[in-house]
Write a protein that binds this ligand. Structure first.
Ligand code: GDP
Length: 433
């Protein structure tokens, strides 16, 4: 779902407004001094559309101590949001804290909606008008306590939020895990499907009512049901000379979009052709969990196996994090190795590292290997957070740009420390001035 962060300094009525938006009385988490408070997330709905609301602590200028932590959480929340709702107190008017928040928001470059709260009646609309001064466009007058203006505000929010979140990672839906089995023609995709499915195959039409829909298959593996997405594209033999490549890559992309994990099938009789490399690249870029399967292993003799293993080590060094299984779709050899690899990849793809643990890791790493000094300056990492899972994405808040080499070093250490086998991970940074 798209994510809306709600920010505002303390006492503007933010929590009341959050409750109003959620349409129910939600126990609002109390601030406990000395206790780290993470962002609080809720699912909200307006006019039939779901969205995620991230409530943040009050944001104060020059915050120290616990307030600083809360401010950091607010900054993180904004960074992880698709849009931001800034709440100010229309009766009090613009304060320097509000202005500081606006400066922070400008840097984040996210769409911002401004709500002037405590506008309980028409007379107070005049107070609301003064909020134009923040330079954020039209201020929406609301009364969180009475509900006045909230519907118009939410209409505006829904107009502003994208349909799909750019920041939230792949949504978790119920039902079987979704697999995209991809690979160039003749690599053995349909042979493998047949071997895995046996005779218990269930073909599912996933969107009723249209004719050209991709078809999924539900297959029982290791006592669980898995959804192989868009297998129609595999079953339907493409006898197109021209453009076949284009359609194959389109199919690959569609399947990846619907899937949680990709099984990239390669075949040992022709390893890493140009097309293999392209498909692998699509899989990596899709941000899905990834398993590499080497098919037609029955064709290998000892000499060729040695050669192949060297080649794999060299050419696939950039995806050494993906579990590898050697199989034969023809004989069924090792087909039971697929499930443990899928489980491992998905488990890591879903993972969340708690903020405290991540920052302990960062602290240790930085003290052992500080960033090199550049032009008399040494960028520092202030703190980090995992912005999303599916796949894991991390954001580091820093005092300056980190060298690409240093970022790669951090990524490598993250993998070494936390595992992450089978999932791509992303590390980005936000420079604070
Ligand atoms: P797809 O285009 O990826 O669906 O590939 P197919 O499943 O149609 O397989 C292409 C060819 O490779 C067929 O002739 C299969 O019999 C053969 N094949 C598939 N898997 C294996 C395998 O594990 N070993 C051997 N020797 N041949 C295989």
């Amino acid at each position: 779902d798209p994510v809306l962060a709600i920010v505002g300094r303390p006492n503007v009525g933010k929590s009341t407004l959050v409750n109003r938006i959620l349409g129910r009385r939600e126990a609002v988490v109390e601030d406990t001094p000395g206790v780290t408070r993470d962002r609080v997330q809720y699912t909200a709905n307006w006019n039939g559309r779901d969205f995620t609301v991230v409530d943040t602590g009050g944001w104060e200028r020059d915050a120290r101590g616990i307030d600083l932590r809360v401010a950091e959480q607010a900054e993180i929340a904004v960074e992880m949001a698709d849009a931001v709702l800034l709440v100010v107190d229309a009766i009090v008017g613009i304060t320097s804290s509000d202005e500081a928040i606006v400066r922070m928001l400008r840097k984040a470059k996210k769409p911002v909606i401004l709500a002037g709260n405590k506008v309980d009646d028409i007379v107070q609309e005049a107070d609301n008008a003064s909020l134009w001064g923040l330079g954020l466009g039209e201020p929406y007058p609301v009364s969180a306590v009475h509900g006045r203006g909230v519907a118009d505000l939410l209409d505006k929010v829904m107009d502003t939020l994208p349909e799909f979140s750019a920041v939230a990672g792949v949504e978790r839906t119920g039902g079987p895990r979704r697999i995209a089995l991809i690979g160039r023609p003749n690599v053995g995709k349909s042979s493998l499907l047949n071997k895995l499915a046996g005779s218990d195959r269930v073909v599912v039409d996933n969107v009723a009512g249209t004719t050209r829909d991709p078809v999924d298959e539900l297959i029982e593996l290791g006592d669980r049901t898995w959804r192989f997405v868009d297998t129609a594209g595999i079953r339907r033999r493409q006898h197109m000379a021209q453009g076949a490549d284009f359609y194959a890559s389109l199919r690959t992309q569609t399947a990846l979009e619907k899937a949680e994990v990709a099984v990239v099938l390669l075949a040992v009789d022709e390893i890493l052709s140009e097309q293999d490399v392209r498909i692998l690249q699509l899989a990596i870029e899709s941000g899905r969990a990834l398993v590499l399967a080497f098919n037609k292993w029955d064709l290998l003799d000892d000499e060729r196996r040695k050669y192949l293993e060297r080649e794999i080590e060299q050419d696939l060094a950039h995806v050494e994090w993906a579990p590898r299984v050697n199989i034969s779709a023809k004989t069924g050899w090792h087909k039971d190795k697929l499930v443990p690899a899928l489980d491992l990849a998905l488990e890591n793809w879903d993972r969340r590292i708690p903020t405290g643990r991540l920052n302990a890791f960062l602290g240790e790493l930085v003290s052992e290997h500080p960033h090199p000094v550049r032009g008399g300056k040494q960028p520092r990492i202030l703190f980090g957070t995992q912005a999303s899972s599916r796949p894991p994405k991390f954001v580091l808040f820093t005092t300056g740009f980190l060298d690409p080499g240093y970022r790669r070093f951090i990524t490598r250490r993250l993998r070494e420390t936390f595992g992450f086998e089978g999932t791509p991970i992303e590390v980005s940074m936000r420079v604070r001035e």
